[in-house]
Design a protein around this ligand. Structure first.
Ligand code: AMP
Length: 126
């Protein structure tokens, strides 16, 4: 089944400027802003400007220009946050929830970048 994009989701409203956000970086195809309920001292969300629901949707259907822009934006934000392990930073976690098993709240692709404290095991033990 093809993805149906709901343009009333909160990140679509942020992209249209209908609600405010704490922008960290904006590029031609991507926007990064601070999570409103941070779960680590540094918690940034990176979204594509295009109407993609999940990472697989984006990876399969976005243009190469969008994919390059989005990926580079994530790298630039890691650099800006000073969290790159290869540059003396203490590291970070990227994650992207998709669909019901992952409890995706907002149906517009977002990668979380979490950093600033030890982040514990990858997943909660069942
Ligand atoms: P997920 O469960 O991966 O869909 O996460 C959605 C994230 O969006 C949560 O971490 C929320 O705190 C965050 N969020 C929801 N509304 C806003 C908003 N208006 N500005 C920034 N972050 C938001």
């Amino acid at each position: 089944m093809a993805y149906a994009y709901d343009d009333q989701n909160i990140f679509a409203k942020i992209l249209r400027g209908e609600i405010p956000n704490d922008t960290v970086m904006e590029t031609e195809h991507s926007l990064a802003f601070r999570d409103i309920r941070p779960q680590a001292p540094q918690h940034v969300l990176v979204i594509p400007k295009g109407p993609y629901v999940t990472f697989d949707h984006f990876a399969l259907e976005a243009s190469e220009a969008e994919i390059v822009d989005y990926t580079r934006t994530i790298g630039e934000i890691c650099k800006m946050m000073g969290i790159q392990p290869g540059e003396g930073g203490a590291g970070y976690r990227t994650l992207s929830n998709a669909g019901e098993d992952a409890v995706q709240e907002v149906p517009h692709l977002h990668v979380h970048i979490l950093a600033g404290r030890p982040l514990g095991p990858m997943l909660m033990r069942a």
